[in-house]
Write a protein that binds this ligand. Structure first.
Ligand code: C2E
Ligand code: CA
Ligand code: CA
Ligand code: CA
Length: 278
């Protein structure tokens, strides 16, 4: 038995070593990717369901590795968070998005752009200063910028979040709760924090409109809650005409998902914007 255990421990530590080597490689190449501009901002449109217009979009990072392969943000964002690279990455993103907003103003593309902000960025005192200085350098209207925070970020760093949200509110930057309903958190933060908008997670949208099911009930409850708290609602992950119709019928404000468009390059977004509903 001792022998088997030793073998198992050996195999386990080999696995661990291989794993940490891969992580290290990923960390190194992400560091270089940020320096060499291998990262790009894609935009996914958000539709105002009443006006049937594109009013907002979400910035989603794309990393095309030097060998041509795309690395998913689901892979590299967690590595960036764990290694602290999320700070230079996040600053790069804030800068890019402000540049995009400056260009959009010249092109008469009138949309708000949302950025995803992670826990580490929230705890970093410099983040707000970086946002302020980018807004100033590119002469961005702060109302054209929004910040998406998940519930887990809120609970994790409640003190720093509330400080950041007060400053964002003073600036005029919009604050959204991302993946709403998946965070296992209490709703009391809705009372105490300056929040403008809820993004209903796509897992709740999947089955709405098909028949009377739990998901429809949950989405209706969120819409009711948001209405009485005066919050806007964006439904995420809308893929079908049935889901779209359900959201319209129940007065959801906005929707985002593959039904309208996948995330696309900034250039593709501009022309898509001009074609939409025209
Ligand atoms: P998220 O913030 O919840 O972003 C929405 C994700 O859902 C995006 O995946 C988007 O492509 C995908 N999506 C949009 N519409 C649909 C749909 O109709 N159906 C389905 N199945 N999926 C849809 P993506 O771009 O792979 O990003 C994954 C996650 O990575 C994001 O989830 C976000 O948490 C993180 N992420 C992406 N870019 C950034 C970034 O620049 N900064 C930070 N901190 N996180 C980012
Ligand atoms: Ca998001
Ligand atoms: Ca989301
Ligand atoms: Ca998510």
């Amino acid at each position: 038995a001792k022998y088997r255990l030793d073998n198992a421990i050996c195999a386990f530590s080999d696995e661990l070593k291989r794993h940490s080597e891969e992580r290290y490689k990923l960390e190194e190449s992400l560091r270089r990717a940020i320096e060499n501009g291998e990262l790009e901002v894609y935009l996914q449109p958000i539709i105002d369901l009443k006006a049937n217009r594109v009013v907002k979009c979400e910035a989603l990072a794309r990393w095309q590795h030097a060998d041509g392969e795309f690395i998913s943000p689901e892979v590299f964002i967690p590595v960036a968070e764990q290694t602290g690279l999320i700070i230079p990455f996040g600053n790069w993103l804030i800068d890019e998005v402000c540049k995009i907003l400056q260009r959009f103003k010249q092109q008469a593309v009138d949309v708000r752009v949302a950025i995803n902000v992670s826990a580490r960025q929230v705890s970093d005192q410099d983040t707000i200063d970086y946002i302020i200085s980018s807004i100033e350098s590119y002469q961005v209207n702060p109302k054209q910028l929004s910040v998406e925070l998940t519930e887990s970020v809120l609970v994790h760093s409640y003190e720093s979040v509330s400080a950041l949200l007060v400053k964002l509110r003073q600036l005029g930057v919009i604050v959204s709760i991302d993946d709403f309903g998946t965070g296992f958190s209490s709703l009391s933060y809705l009372k105490h924090l300056s929040i403008d908008e809820l993004k209903v997670d796509k897992s709740f949208i999947q089955d709405v409109g098909i028949n009377n099911n739990e998901d429809s009930a949950i989405v209706l409850a969120i819409l009711g809650l948001a209405k009485s708290l005066n919050l806007q609602v964006i439904a995420e992950g809308v893929e079908t005409a049935d889901q779209h119709q359900f959201l319209i019928d129940n007065n959801c404000d906005c929707a985002q998902g593959f039904l309208y468009s996948k995330p696309m390059t900034v250039a593709a977004f501009s022309s898509w914007y001009k074609d939409y509903a025209s």
